[in-house]
Design a protein. Sequence first.
Length: 98
Amino acid sequence: MRRRPPHLIELSEQDQQLFEDLVQDGRIEQRVARRARILLAMSDPATVIAQLADKVEVTRVAIWQLCRRYEELGLEAVFDAPRSGRPWEISPLGARRN
């Protein structure tokens, strides 16, 4: 089976440090930490996409899409995009959607 070399992501030192901090922060949402892990791995030339996909439990297509999104948006790629709809209202009784 032929292995396509990964498209390496060029991370600045600042981006790399932020991603490492996100991965180690226990309070961050796991989907954000997973995206940071993927981008950190994609900056390493020894990364095998199929093994990375199995490790983080996403498809290879999702990894390539995240890489393209990072190249377009930069750091914003690891965070969720804004969604349409009315925002949650937070009250002393708890969060609810009105």
